[in-house]
Design a protein around this ligand. Structure first.
Ligand SMILES: [Zn+2]
Length: 327
């Protein structure tokens, strides 16, 4: 309890600090829903590659542990975070990225490095488009953080029988071990407004811009009401998840949540997508089964690996012949 109280006190101090900063900001954030900025719509060419035979000069060895790391890890009420989440390189947003187009709820906020880099590019672009006053409310959480949050939520339902209280709390807060925040690949975004903590984020122009453009930076709105049966979480317009480029674009274009997208990859095994600039990516699903390791050949050295936390590994590579100077 002491620990929790300390955290609450710290949080309150952070709120006061944020609101203090916010007092300098004008009324720009009071934007009506009808002023929503236009959304960017991905127009990728998506083709299923029938021939999945291994070819190419680049040999990749994929191991069981690769199932449990990477940007596409599925974490939901039915799939807990991997116990030994590996190679997670977290960076502190306050220390590494000062003077950005957002406020932080506290100075300890962290994201995985690539996700942080891409988030900063995204918020820079938002500023260019006239959208400011973003507030990052939550980023990386430890198991202890998540347990504290659940305990705080449980305290609200003390008058109810234990089972009911637990159900209520778990409908609002992810069970410890099943929160995407524990991956360092998720952030809760809001806007800060003078004199109050926040307002309904979903109604703001800042949310409108982010929802419409985040895919360009590898981020997606993770929880949509219409997908809540599949994700296990109701509408959360503030919760953004990093999955990386080009996956975010495909998910948005095909209106797939992460569960559905991974299912598509499992079924299609190999898809080829070309973005609006003519850059072509291949996305190949490798089922690991009980194999401790397997080897595949691909024709490009520009590749990334990500597990799905379900028994497969996704290899994504860029076609070198069409690679641009973008880096
Ligand atoms: Zn969240």
């Amino acid at each position: 309890m002491k620990n929790i109280r300390k955290k609450i006190a710290g949080l309150t101090a952070a709120v006061v600090a944020v609101v203090g900063v916010a007092a300098f900001s004008a009324w720009a954030c009071f934007v009506q829903p009808e002023e929503m900025p236009a959304q960017a719509v991905p127009a990728y060419q998506i083709v299923v590659e029938k021939d999945t035979s291994s070819q190419g000069d680049v040999v990749i060895e994929i191991n069981q542990k690769d199932i449990y790391k990477g940007n596409l890890l599925l974490v939901n009420p039915w799939n807990a975070i991997p116990e030994d989440l590996e190679d997670v390189s977290l960076c502190n947003l306050y220390e590494e990225y000062p003077h950005r187009n957002y406020q932080l709820a506290n100075s300890g906020m962290m994201l995985q490095e690539e996700a942080a880099r891409q988030a900063n590019m995204m918020f820079d672009a938002a500023k260019k488009a006239g959208q400011e006053n973003y507030l990052l409310r939550a980023c990386y959480r430890t198991q202890d953080d998540q347990e504290d949050i659940l305990e705080d939520e449980l305290e609200k339902y003390q008058s109810l029988p234990e089972d009911q209280a637990k159900d209520k709390a778990l409908s609002k807060v992810a069970k410890p071990g099943t929160s995407e925040h524990q991956l360092g690949l998720a952030m809760d975004v809001n806007v800060y407004v003078p004199g109050q903590w926040s307002k309904a984020f979903g109604d703001t122009a800042q949310c409108g811009w982010l929802t419409g453009h985040s895919w360009q930076y590898g981020w997606v709105v993770r929880y949509d009401e219409e997908k809540s049966d599949i994700t296990g979480i109701t509408n959360e317009p503030w919760h953004f998840r990093y999955v990386g480029v080009p996956h975010a674009a495909i998910m948005v274009q095909k209106n797939l949540c992460l569960e559905e997208y991974l299912e598509l990859l499992r079924q299609q095994r190999h898809i080829k997508v070309t973005d609006e600039q003519g850059v072509t990516y291949h996305i190949r699903y490798v089922k690991m089964g009980n194999h401790s390791s397997t080897t595949i050949r691909i024709p490009s050295s520009q590749y990334t690996l990500s597990g799905d936390n379900l028994g497969g590994v996704i290899v994504t590579w860029k076609e070198e012949s069409t690679a641009t100077s973008a880096s």
